[in-house]
Design a binder for this molecule. Sequence first.
Ligand SMILES: NC(=O)c1ccc[n+]([C@@H]2O[C@H](COP(=O)([O-])OP(=O)(O)OC[C@H]3O[C@@H](n4cnc5c(N)ncnc54)[C@H](OP(=O)(O)O)[C@@H]3O)[C@@H](O)[C@H]2O)c1
Length: 178
Amino acid sequence: MDSEIVFITGATRGLGLGTEKELLKQGFKVIMTGRNKLDLQDSREALRSDGLEPHILQLDVSNEEDIENARNHVQQKFGKIDCFINNAGIIIENDFSFSDLPKQKIFKTIETNALGPLGLMQSFADLLATSKNPRIVNVNSGMGSVTEMVSRIFGPQKRSLTPPSKEGFFRDGLKFPW
Ligand SMILES: NC(=O)c1ccc[n+]([C@@H]2O[C@H](COP(=O)([O-])OP(=O)(O)OC[C@H]3O[C@@H](n4cnc5c(N)ncnc54)[C@H](OP(=O)(O)O)[C@@H]3O)[C@@H](O)[C@H]2O)c1
């Protein structure tokens, strides 16, 4: 049976790198994406030293040209995605009081945690639809919980990915197993 293909954002370090290591060990094909080419190469080398081989792809989730290039590359090379993991994320608000939060930092947080992932999911929707078992995994946070309400900018953006991941695709007639 063909291996399932996992696409993961912001995966050159942290939870993303750990996740893809486990997925590779379990036999998935992994497309590791990150915004810095050198970091991607370094992380691939680290995985290779464990006998694992990810496919690497440069992608800043807040850059529309990167998104289009990534989508075209994946379509030509793989033709589908089985599992799409929105892992890339930033949090900056803890460094500032609310009144001092610079607007450009607010915009960057929204671009990285919400607008970019939404654009990505739109671009990759048809590649996910080609899978027999499509999944979207949005890496959330306790701060993204509706009941917690502890975050001013980060939490609401994290929450914002769930409805389009589910309803947006359902209404287009794609069959997701949830
Ligand atoms: N760690 C926690 O305790 C925790 C708790 C709850 C939720 N989370 C969530 O888990 C996810 C991973 O967190 P982490 O702790 O592993 O964070 P991390 O170590 O800071 O890693 C974040 C990753 O996101 C990437 N990234 C940032 N902006 C990006 C962009 N515009 N385009 C592409 N990639 C971008 C970073 O790339 P660079 O290396 O280029 O900066 C990095 O690889 C995040 O969504 C975070 O919100 C983490």
